[in-house]
Design a protein around this ligand. Structure first.
Ligand code: NAI
Length: 254
């Protein structure tokens, strides 16, 4: 680790995977990683704008960037994509398990399929990514997993009732903390818990009822305001940090 602090934030030579990289937080984070000099693997599911974005990032920052179509709720696809990334980039330094979705409804209004969908993307998706990236980390003897959870994993968010989403986020937060211990000899694992950000997800029912006004800052966050936190966690500026869960919510959970 360099002793000059700005040097510690440089990601040159590192390989970073970002899931959910076509939109919102994931897109901003992939951009931040590339700007800091990392080679990036953009995982996307439905929005193939990630393909073009990866080409733009490669040109703009003179890095290597490739896009992979992966449904993170499908273990076989995750396993295959992890080995493709290792084949294409030779290693994985940082894996950012960011893809997620919400169906913001009370449990009594929710179908079983809606329940299972959230579990499969938010829980299975993170577990599968961690499992297959973790195999690579163990083999390499190094690695860094960052999980996008939510402040909804800390608190029962009001006034929108979304018990299943909240519980998926509590699950992945505790799962990631457990991995920080399990992987102590070869990898760091940290959690980002955002509050209300102005993404597609943040534009749903949560924005309509303006729940973000209940935060100390009284506004939504912009995705450019979350880039620095992921950069910090991905970089050698945070080498003593593992198992931490960082809230970034404009002072909602106080
Ligand atoms: P977004 O909806 O803009 O992006 C989510 C991304 O995940 C999309 O690119 C989508 O295609 C991808 N995705 C969904 N299902 C997938 C699947 N089965 N396989 C692969 N990719 C899949 O939402 P946003 O806000 O950028 O969300 C990113 C993460 O941040 C999510 O985990 C979300 O739960 C979390 N979060 C967002 C907050 C917000 O206010 N925007 C607040 C707290 C947490």
């Amino acid at each position: 680790t360099p002793s000059k602090v700005l040097e510690q934030f440089r990601l040159h030579g590192k390989v970073v995977v970002v899931t959910g990289a076509a939109d919102g937080i994931g897109l901003a984070v992939a951009d931040a990683m590339a700007e800091a000099g990392a080679n990036v693997a953009l995982w996307y599911n439905s929005n193939d704008a990630a393909v073009q974005r990866s080409q733009e990032l490669a040109r703009e920052y003179s890095i290597k960037a490739l896009a992979y179509k992966v449904d993170v709720s499908d273990a076989a696809q995750v396993q295959k994509a992890v080995s493709e990334v290792v084949h294409d980039f030779q290693k994985i330094d940082v894996f950012i398990a960011n893809a997620g979705m919400s169906i913001s409804k009370p449990i009594l209004e929710q179908t079983l399929d809606e329940y299972r969908k959230q579990m499969s993307v938010n829980v299975d998706g993170v577990v599968f990514c961690a499992k297959y990236a973790g195999e690579i980390f163990r083999r390499q003897g190094f690695g860094n997993l960052i999980v996008t959870s939510s402040m909804s994993g800390h608190i029962v968010n009001v006034p929108v009732d979304q018990p299943v989403y909240n519980a998926t986020k509590a699950y992945v937060t505790h799962f990631a903390k457990s991995l920080a211990r399990e992987w102590r000899d070869f990898a760091r694992v940290n959690i980002v818990s955002p509050g209300f950000f102005d993404t597609k997800m943040g534009a749903g029912p949560l924005a309509l009822n303006e729940a973000y006004r209940m935060s100390a800052m009284g506004r939504q966050g912009h995705v450019k305001e979350i880039k620095g936190l992921y950069l910090y966690l991905a970089s050698d500026a945070s080498t003593y940090m593992t198992g931490s869960d960082v809230l970034i919510d404009g002072g909602y959970v106080l």
